[in-house]
Design a protein around this ligand. Sequence first.
Ligand code: S3P
Length: 225
Amino acid sequence: MTTTLQEDTQLEADKRSIVESEAAMPRTASRAAATTTSSRKTLHRIVLTGFMGAGKSTVGRLLAERLGWQFLDLDTLIEERTGLTIAQVIERDGEAAFRRLESQALATALGRKQVVLALGGGVAEILTNRLLLEQTPATLTVFLDAPFAVLVERCLQQENAAVRPFLADRARAEARYHRRLPHYARIARIRIDTTSLNADTTVAYLLDKIAQEKLVIQPVAGNLR
Ligand code: S3P
């Protein structure tokens, strides 16, 4: 991935702000309390990864609602920042430029707490992004998996879906899918085969897994339903 100096500097600053916000607490009772809760593996964010059509946004929205957390869609964040749709960004500036915006948006999004974050399908393919995800504390990454044919079918069923430029050429899309699978699997602690699940049953399955793994979710002001 090639980046300009200015973009690199922005990315580094974004990464630093994450590390600093985690380390900024004073050495007082509150820091001690944070240490105790972190040893019980408290989660501050849940990240959903997987290919286009995996259900990241639908499941993410529902999960956030269940937890009383904020839902964030990385593509939406990029669209807000650029004032363009993802398809327009890719058409105007090319894929490499889009990926740089995506990495910057990811660094910002990972600085938020009590958030469910839906990634774009290509995020896991970039090494910087994988490192960022792996190194951000209190972050659970979940891989929503399904066979390529199922994912394409789901995308085609979505009437009001955003235009997905990388789905148009089916053979290249399938190659992307196979190239990305090991990356999705490597960054995720939990993998869910969603082939025969809907959004509701996926969320139920995930909440069950989180409980089994003894991960602690902090509701916002007792919002947990
Ligand atoms: C992409 C997936 C899209 C979007 C962009 C590129 C990809 O997000 O980020 O069109 O490379 O797989 P969704 O996975 O949410 O469709």
